[in-house]
Design a protein around this ligand. Structure first.
Ligand code: GLN
Ligand code: ZN
Length: 753
């Protein structure tokens, strides 16, 4: 029979058990033994689920107390120098110091840099390489988990990140110089695994789905030719995209099998099947490991059958990538109704789908396949998903809809006449501190302990307070403060039709941090205005202008699980139309400036450069459609953070926002180079106050940053603002920081004006 396995499983537990255990340990509330016990419990539970589903082996070493790349740093002993001492005292705490800069024991130290795992919302810790870097093998965790799995009767298939991907993910100059030394350790490890009678090792080389230059491609060939000697069989594993021009190189590697992402990689696995040597196996990742939809199993079987005929038992079935990226189980979703439930498969349900496919290839499982066909057909027909009015509106969109009435210079005149803000206006990015009282009020309202009127009264009091504070600080363009928002995507997702919120659909973002992305299941409609009452109330309290605050269509898409039955571009355009109505309603209510946040614009970029232009075209169009309905004198702002702008600067300009506020203070305005080189045409507010730090910046520090910006961008087009929203900060820090920010702007107004 066809063998079943998965590239990895989620670590956090159905109810985020790992998160809570970690946080308790960090607070000193539980011992390291208790934390380890939680690790064992979760691993055991997840292996059991794999075995119960009929998988032929369980994946080992996918579990991590923080991040699997950091685990590899420990495995190969290349901890940065500043952590070299700590390991001997307390290895676990040293591990957490590398991850987060501090731990219950040991001195606080600068953590490893955290960055996005390919195009997912998972974040890994970037290993550091330098001239002094040495490698040594510390396989205790890995071997321990293998023994643990065996002791419970499971067949372990350990997973390792491959040597070339590990170097590629690292920071440092001339990373490939380290390959020979690193390969020695991989060889030693593989022979240790062979000595433990491990049959298969999964070697992840996801960089094969990226644009690779010839050095990196050659390194792959060198590496896998060097992993000879006594070793287990190697399953070379790639995911997140097609291999394209790297396919031939990959298939020529001397390994015992390949895993392909058949969801994002399309039919490449069929080509691969023809090119295998007779002893190699092919693992086809046919179940989507990145999304939560039920698989169309009958269609999948049709794709698999020809390959199965050729390969027989050499065909394995799998999820496209690790199930790290989807929630654990539908069984803990009490709020979904039967119809909604029938649309989804979370991690545990995906294991079940693999089993049905396996049976299907043998000509069994007819009942399950028929039920699946019915569920797929029902989703296609569902009137909750397909709304003719939305389709009609989308079809009627014209090119003019995504164009403001006049070009920026003309709009700027109208806006400046209306807003009367003068040189170097000050503003903030939207949110103000989310105090314990605010969170308590929101929670009570959710639990039904606070009625609508009392809740509204509390939120209004918060808005009033926030407006008073901003007036006292002397800010120019005010905001209402976002007290009513739990999360910038969820808040709008809850009010838009076509989105649903799960009860426990948690996915790890990094370490103990989890996110619960809403699900876009159907056509998007805005039944009623979402923000007008709050913003209008804020505006009624002050003579200064108040800026409306919305999350943009690309971010609303990017931070959700997106429907798979139409192109993402279409879904994004639907969201844009719904948000466009909100923008127009705000304008109608007399709001003169509206910010449409797009922090996720950059991260939506496809992995391959060839796919960038198409993405940027529809993403910009969606933004412009959102903003395009207002008159010239309504000032459209956007905000971006976590971004390297250099790559996408032209697309940022193409948004044609009147003002963009961006994160720059940490990079000392380096990001502005991109804007200067390109001669960014509209107004910019480069953040001068790093809100990610509890430090209160000084006036001189901020004037220096503004002057730096003014040397590159005409002061008439400069704004003064923090880097990002203030919701994670305390009023005690925010007040003095903004006071100084306003003072800095005033000083410079005199100097430059
Ligand atoms: N308006 C949002 C806020 O201030 C923007 C958040 C973000 O950029 N991530 O919180
Ligand atoms: Zn931000």
């Amino acid at each position: 029979m066809t063998a079943l396995h998965i590239p990895g499983f989620s670590r956090i537990g159905t109810h985020r058990e790992l998160k809570f255990a970690l946080e308790r340990y960090w607070r000193g509330d539980i011992s390291s033994q208790q934390l380890q016990e939680m690790g064992r419990t979760l691993r055991s539970r997840h292996w059991q689920l794999q075995q119960d589903a009929g998988l032929d082996c369980v994946t080992v070493n996918d579990f991590s107390f923080y991040d699997h790349i950091l685990d590899h740093v420990c495995l190969f002993g290349f901890t940065p120098e500043r952590f070299a001492q700590g390991a001997a005292d307390n290895a676990l705490d040293n591990y957490f110091r590398m991850a987060r800069g501090r731990a219950p024991s040991g001195e606080p130290t600068r953590a490893l840099e955290m960055t996005k795992w390919f195009d997912t919302n998972y974040h890994y810790l970037a290993p550091e390489l330098g001239p002094e870097t040495r490698f040594s093998l510390h396989p205790d965790k890995l071997l321990g988990e293998i023994d643990e799995a065996r002791a419970q009767g499971f067949i372990p298939k350990p997973v390792l990140v491959g040597p070339v991907t590990l170097l590629w993910l690292s920071r440092g100059e001339q990373r490939l110089r380290h390959l020979p030394a690193l390969l020695e350790q991989y060889c030693a490890l593989l022979s240790a695994l062979a000595a433990r009678q491990i049959e298969w090792v999964q070697m992840d080389e996801p960089i094969l789905a990226l644009d690779l230059d010839s050095d990196w491609l050659r390194a792959l060939t060198t590496a896998y030719h060097a992993l000879t000697g006594t070793r287990p069989k190697l399953l070379l594993t790639t995911y997140f995209g097609a291999l394209g021009d790297n396919l031939q190189r990959c298939l020529a590697l001397p390994v015992d099998g390949f895993h392909f992402d058949a969801v994002r990689g399309g039919a490449e696995f069929i080509t691969a099947a023809d090119l295998l040597s007779p002893r190699q196996i092919l693992s086809v990742g046919i179940i989507d490991g990145r999304n939560i939809w039920k698989t169309d199993l009958n269609t999948a079987l049709e794709q698999l059958r020809p390959v199965h005929r050729v390969l027989g038992e050499r065909l394995w079935l799998s999820s496209s990538c690790s199930l790290l990226h989807v929630p654990v189980t539908l069984d803990s979703e009490p709020t979904l109704d039967a119809e909604q439930r029938s649309w989804f498969a979370f991690a545990v349900q995906k294991l079940g789908e693999l089993r049905i496919l396996q049976l299907g290839l043998e000509g069994h499982g007819q009942e399950a396949l028929a039920a699946n066909a019915e569920a797929i057909a029902a989703r296609r027909r569902s009137t909750r998903i397909h709304k003719p009015a939305v389709a009609a509106r989308l079809a009627a969109v014209s090119a003019d809809d995504s164009r403001r009435r006049s070009p920026y210079p003309q709009r700027a005149l109208a806006q400046h006449r209306r807003l009367r803000l003068g040189l170097l206006p000050t503003t903030t990015i939207g949110s103000f501190p989310q105090t314990a009282a605010i969170r308590a009020a929101r929670a009570a309202w959710r639990r039904g302990e606070l009625d609508r009127d009392s809740y509204n009264a509390r939120m209004r009091a918060e808005i009033r307070y926030c407006i008073e504070q901003q007036e006292a600080l002397g800010l120019d363009l005010l905001v209402h403060g976002e007290a009513e928002r739990n999360d910038m995507v969820e808040y709008f997702g809850e009010q838009l039709e076509g989105y649903l919120t799960t009860a426990n659909g948690w996915v790890q973002s990094y370490g103990s941090r989890c996110v619960k992305p809403p699900v876009i299941y159907g056509d998007i409609e805005r039944p009623r205005a979402m923000t007008v009452a709050w913003t209008g109330y804020a505006q009624s309290l002050t003579d200064k202008p108040v800026k409306g605050m919305l999350t943009g269509p690309v971010t609303m898409l990017q931070w959700a699980f997106v429907r798979d039955d139409q192109p993402r571009a279409d879904t994004c355009r639907q969201i844009a139309l719904a948000l466009r109505d909100e923008v127009c309603d705000l304008e109608q209510a007399g709001i003169a400036a509206i910010q449409i946040d797009e922090p996720a614009l950059r991260e939506g970029l496809p992995l391959r450069r060839a796919d960038w232009p198409a993405y940027l075209a529809w993403a910009t169009e969606a933004f412009r459609l959102t903003a395009g309905g207002v008159a010239d004198d309504c000032q459209i702002h956007t905000h971006m953070c976590y971004s390297e702008f250099n790559d996408i600067i032209e697309a940022v300009a193409a948004l044609d926002a009147d003002v963009i506020t961006i994160e720059t203070s940490r990079s000392n305005m380096a990001l502005l180079d991109a804007f200067e080189a390109f001669a960014y045409p509209n107004e910019i507010g480069p953040g001068v106050y790093d809100i990610h730090s509890p430090n209160v910046p000084g006036v001189a520090q901020m004037t220096a940053l503004i002057e730096k910006a003014a040397a590159r961008i005409p002061p008439q087009r400069l704004w003064v603002n923090p880097d990002c929203g203030l919701k994670t900060r305390q009023w005690e820090e925010v007040r003095p920081a903004l006071e100084r920010m306003v003072a800095a702007a005033r000083q410079l107004r005199q100097r430059l004006g």
